[in-house]
Design a protein around this ligand. Structure first.
Ligand SMILES: Cc1cc2nc3c(=O)[nH]c(=O)nc-3n(C[C@H](O)[C@H](O)[C@H](O)COP(=O)(O)OP(=O)(O)OC[C@H]3O[C@@H](n4cnc5c(N)ncnc54)[C@H](O)[C@@H]3O)c2cc1C
Length: 302
């Protein structure tokens, strides 16, 4: 409410006020192709399934890292060709905040991240965010307690304000075992992105050591870790790095303007272009880069 948290709909509303802006919603884009100085986009209307073709001088794709990978690899017919994929590894750790014991919790607490912690170690940083359990659901904890529901509920009402939940995020860099490949759908089935994400043993060791370091600092703040939960690869949802802007020129990468190499005027404006990702959530960086791409393209097309 009241625009206190950014949503893309606010930007869309600003754009819709411009006379030279058209919003074609509820289309599924399935391919693009270049023809001379034009780019064509093929899409299907979700209402009625009619096929459409839209044409322009340039195309900016921001379908999310996975959506863009699917669309680019398909449009360039690069099936069975691995491209890198990144996703911040993370763990979350419920802690008992001893400082809250015996105190009356304030009910008007913000339910998003309460605090961000940055720990610098040589060559990298580690990032942790603290949430109160207020934002989550008590019934999810109730089933974990070895008590009857009524007793569990009473106990949790007393305990929940004393929990502080940490989300600990790590940076991510490409490696030969983090790949994304487009496979051609057989017998009319849709094309499918196949993803393999295996961090090296060295990376896993580093994550565990870094998490211990972060938890040491939180113990000093009297937050006692109860358990470390690893939700699995891909769970941070911070996807990036499929067509990066690298130091050297390679196919299936972007140049410094975020133009996809091998195309004349197809630009990527989402997580695809990042060669690595820091541990902090990537969305502000995505927005800053999308703004940069739009500004640059407006200059080029002027
Ligand atoms: C539960 C959750 C919590 C998160 N929390 C955080 C956080 O705290 N901090 C943070 O930084 N990030 C967070 N993220 C990640 C964040 O949401 C993403 O980084 C961000 O939304 C990516 O923006 P994007 O515009 O690149 O892609 P998206 O937001 O995914 O937008 C892509 C759009 O393209 C459309 N699309 C895709 N393919 C096609 C196609 N073929 N045709 C037509 N349309 C298509 C999709 O429908 C979608 O609307 C979170 C994500 C989730 C799911």
């Amino acid at each position: 409410m009241d625009r206190s948290v950014y949503r893309p709909q606010w930007t869309l509303a600003e754009l819709q006020a411009a006379p030279n802006f058209t919003y074609a919603s509820r289309r599924f884009v399935h391919a693009f192709e270049e023809d001379g100085d034009r780019v064509r986009v093929r899409s299907t209307s979700i209402d009625g399934g009619t096929e459409e073709c839209h044409e322009g001088r340039a195309l900016v794709i921001a379908a999310g890292t996975l959506g863009t990978a699917w669309l680019v690899l398909r449009s360039l017919a690069r099936y069975d060709t691995p491209v890198p994929i990144l996703c911040n590894p993370y763990a979350y750790v419920p802690t008992l905040n001893l400082g809250m014991l015996g105190r009356t919790p304030c009910d008007r607490r913000y339910s998003l991240g309460q605090l961000t912690a940055i720990v610098r170690v040589p060559g990298r940083i580690i990032q942790a965010q603290v949430f109160s359990y207020r934002s989550l659901l008590t019934f999810k904890l109730m089933k974990e307690l070895p008590l009857a529901y009524r007793e569990s509920l009473r106990l949790l009402r007393l305990l929940v304000p004393n929990f502080a939940i940490l989300g600990i995020h790590h940076e991510d860099r490409p490696s030969p075992d983090k790949l994304c490949v487009l496979r051609r759908g057989e017998r009319g089935a849709p094309d499918r992105l196949e993803i393999q994400y295996r961090p090296s043993e060295e990376e896993v060791r580093m994550h565990v050591a870094d998490e211990r370091l972060v938890l040491r600092f939180f113990r000093r703040l009297r937050c006692v870790p109860l358990r470390t939960i690893r939700p699995g690869h891909g769970a941070s949802l911070h996807y990036a790095g499929t067509f990066p802007i690298p130091a050297s020129e390679r196919e299936l990468t972007c140049d410094r303007d975020s133009r996809l190499r091998g195309t004349r005027a197809v630009y990527l404006a989402d997580g695809s272009i990042f060669p690595w990702i820091p541990p902090k959530g990537l969305t502000f960086n995505l927005m800053a880069n999308a703004d940069r791409v739009g500004t640059r393209l407006a200059e080029l097309l002027a």
